[in-house]
Ligand binder design. Sequence first.
Ligand code: KG4
Ligand code: ZN
Length: 342
Amino acid sequence: MNVLGIDTTADDTCAAIVFDGYKILSNIVASQISLHRPFGGIVPQIASREHLKNIIPSIDQALNESGLSFKDIHLISVGQSPDPALSYYHIGITTAKFLAYVLNLPLVGVDHMEAHLFANFAVFRELKPPFISLTAAGGHTLLTLVRGYGDYEILGSTLDDAAGEAFDKAARILGLSYPGGPSIDEAAKEGQPGAYKFPRPMSHHRGYDFSYSGLKTAVYLKVKELKEDGGGNLSQSQTADVAAGFREAVVDSLLTKAFSAIREYNVNIFVLGGGVAANNLIRSEAESRGKRKGVKVYYPPKNLCTDNAVGTAVLGYFQYQRRGGSNIFELPYFRKSPLAKW
Ligand code: KG4
Ligand code: ZN
């Protein structure tokens, strides 16, 4: 079964074709990052305009790269997001509905955060639940016990900023460019993580929730202090040290909670997904903690951590096998909550 995945839930217009939930036939991402960069975050009006411009060419390119035409597509899967206020992801959903209607194809709507998790199944065919997953992106941070496909227990989520959002805000404080995750990752390469002391968010709280507002304030105050001492400027090495210290604090807090959950729920597989899973430190640190604890760690290649429609197509395939398609006319534009059971 060839599944066309479509996703416009953030600032990338994504279209991909995946065969039987694992074989990636094409993966197109029309990035808008350079247009949002001057504003330090996603500007909804720009995202809408760009998705409108790019959606048909992206789908066309996905077909061309796969060597398929619409008659070879068996299912359309589209990303949904839990935020009804953001109108730009409606562009992907409306396009998917229209295509399903005129081509007489089944349609499924899938959760964007769950699609981040499912990108792993396209890469690791041996991967099967149960496992603990950490999906961390710009809007959500979710630590989840995945008992089976569609069978989830969210153990922890963010009380304020999502991990990706914290990277974006810390980068802004440091004068680094949007998106903050890759900029901080790059700057941190040259830094000493122990140069300044940053708090480990929520480390004294039982349970698995995350919070990054305190860490963000600590970064703000440190940068303010360094700037005052430096005549208004931050040197390159100070920027690198703050970036390295911040990155280490976020990664440590995420992985400490994740590995506690792995122990408590007695599983031996840990799966990362979402934009933050592209972080170099979280990847290497998860690997080394996994080796120490006898836990097998999975994370997708970086281009399948950040937004893509491969995970959308994979998840659509799995959902369709179990539940069939949705009513095209009634498919809602947003979801109530991420990682809901199905
Ligand atoms: O999954 P994603 O592309 O879109 C959303 O669903 O939000 O995640 C975007 C987020 C941004 O906040 C970005 O700063 C963060 O993922 N991100 C990273 C890295 N690459 C992207 N965070 C840390 N390190 C990275 N290398
Ligand atoms: Zn995403």
